[in-house]
Design a protein around this ligand. Structure first.
Ligand SMILES: Cc1cc2nc3c(=O)[nH]c(=O)nc-3n(C[C@H](O)[C@H](O)[C@H](O)COP(=O)(O)OP(=O)(O)OC[C@H]3O[C@@H](n4cnc5c(N)ncnc54)[C@H](O)[C@@H]3O)c2cc1C
Length: 396
């Protein structure tokens, strides 16, 4: 492959959510970076499309995530300032369900462990304060003022633009077919050509099963639908927070209030005006990366509308616009795969974000830059060790 500069120190494969962040952090530290993507991010073939991603700190998925997301908040602000774009909007966030539901109890445990500002609200208080929601008596909500929404397409574009401005060489339409460790680094095969670098960072999103080259890593690909409606009064930011609702015995749903991507973005969500989004986090919808995520059927929309009818009735009655599919790369434990490759320490991997990775993107980029530069990071990423699925049990 013809490069304009000298041999790169680091090749980043995949310039979506995590790879764009890694390329930016490496380049801004003065590292010679070559970034490769099979498409031109942001795009709708990966895991990042749809116009909005929720960010929150009271983290039901595990307390270990909290310091990472706190660092991500700082980095999102810095990135937005540098790029001159509003990437993060604070809307507040509401976790709804029974007091012992995973999302409410987990968020509370996380908030208490880290001293995060939060309020616990009874159903009648929620109904009065946030009229979009009609929880049943007995359900509660954990409200977190700091929660909000990130603009995913604008965020990826900002990372890529600033990476290039710091000297990164970025190539699009460049599909990597293989990589291998050599005596003096790592060789990457791209479109019948090869590139050699000292280190490799692999962020392949839905193509993780092909590119990680780690035996025994059981990632699976699933698709999810994002449904959009025209906004109405109860869904204005200020009256309606971002939300996740875990009803007893039903699917976990989530959504964001009336929110618009920046006007200059092509393909960011369903259109340039403000829209309200709702989706299911759970549910089995196997997918194939090459075929892409399947589109919505009338049944899919009926299921979503029926779910909303008793919980957000004003949304069920709003003007529906459209539904868009997107992909989740799942790990068996729902935790990320992040760290050095278990057999090749010159390769850092980031994958399997299990439907909740976007909010962490800038801190993941920082971690990947640390790993590629020095082989370690001061962030605690033990829980995400890429080798954990094949590690042998020890002791009795
Ligand atoms: C519907 C939906 C809603 C979500 N909501 C939230 C949310 O509210 N909050 C949150 O934090 N997270 C959320 N997520 C999850 C989050 O968006 C993902 O975890 C994150 O985008 C994953 O980033 P990634 O870099 O792994 O993948 P991607 O962003 O898809 O990037 C992977 C890149 O690798 C490239 N690539 C792959 N293979 C190759 C190859 N061989 N050669 C070259 N390039 C290659 C692809 O083209 C792609 O650009 C949601 C995800 C979905 C689908």
């Amino acid at each position: 492959m013809e490069l304009t500069g000298s041999r790169p120190e680091v090749v980043v494969v995949g310039l979506g959510t995590m790879g764009a962040a890694a390329a930016y952090h490496l380049a801004s530290r003065g590292v010679r970076v070559l970034g490769l993507d099979r498409f031109t991010p942001p795009h709708a073939r990966g895991e990042h499309a749809g116009g909005s991603r929720i960010i929150r700190q009271a983290y039901a998925e595990g307390r270990a995530y909290v310091p990472l997301v706190q660092r991500a908040y700082e980095l999102w602000r810095q990135l937005g300032d540098l790029a001159g774009v509003e990437l993060m909007t604070q809307t507040g966030g509401l976790m709804l369900g029974a007091p012992d539901s995973v999302h409410v109890a987990g968020a509370l445990a996380s908030a208490q462990a880290h001293g995060l500002e939060h309020e616990l609200l009874e159903a009648k208080t929620i109904r009065a304060r946030f009229p979009a929601f009609t929880p049943e008596d007995g359900e509660i909500g954990l409200y977190e003022r700091a929660a909000g929404i990130i603009r995913p397409e604008a965020a990826i574009s900002a990372h890529l633009r600033l990476a290039e401005r710091s000297g990164a060489e970025l190539r699009y339409g460049a599909a990597v077919t293989a990589w291998e460790a050599t005596h003096d680094g790592v060789t990457v095969r791209v479109d019948g050509d090869t590139v050699t670098a000292d280190k490799l960072v692999v962020c392949p999103g839905p193509w993780a099963a092909d590119l990680l080259r780690m035996t025994g890593v059981p990632v699976t690909l699933e698709s999810r639908l994002q449904h959009y409606w025209l906004p109405s009064d109860p869904f204005a930011i200020g009256r309606c927070p971002a939300w996740i609702w875990e009803p007893d015995g039903d699917q976990v749903g989530y959504g964001v209030p009336a929110f618009a991507p920046p006007n200059d973005l092509q393909g960011a969500g369903p259109g340039v005006g403000a829209v309200v989004k709702a989706a299911f986090h759970t549910g089995e919808r196997p997918a194939d990366a090459e075929l892409g995520a399947p589109s919505a059927t009338p049944d899919d929309l009926n299921t979503m509308t029926a779910w909303l009818r008793s919980r957000l009735p004003a949304l069920a009655d709003s003007s529906y616009i459209e539904s868009k599919p997107c992909l989740y790369t799942m790990t068996p434990d729902g935790d990320f795969i992040l760290g050095l490759h278990p057999e090749v320490p010159t390769v850092a991997v980031a994958a399997g974000f299990s439907g909740h990775g976007f909010k962490f993107a800038p801190v993941i980029g920082e971690i990947l830059a640390d790993l590629a530069q020095t082989g370690h990071t001061l962030h605690n990423i033990e829980q995400f060790a890429p080798g954990r699925f094949t590690a042998k049990a020890t002791g009795p």
